[in-house]
Design a binder for this molecule. Sequence first.
Ligand SMILES: [Zn+2]
Length: 77
Amino acid sequence: MVNHSMMHGREVDTVDAILAQNKAMAQQLSAMNKKLEKLEVSAIGAQSPPFHTCGICGGPHESNICSIIQDIHTSAE
Ligand SMILES: [Zn+2]
């Protein structure tokens, strides 16, 4: 009986320790995820101003300065 309760007490301590570790790891992971999200957002935000993808030809420029549209305009006028 004494041995059993001691073992039970140890098991509970071990479970508590594992749960505490898991909680700490989960907090670290969520903190890392938040940092990664910020990094991704800032990386996208830094890239988006100079990098435009044309919706007409898919080229590395804005749709309104697409050379295809300019060609149409110059040939029409
Ligand atoms: Zn284009």
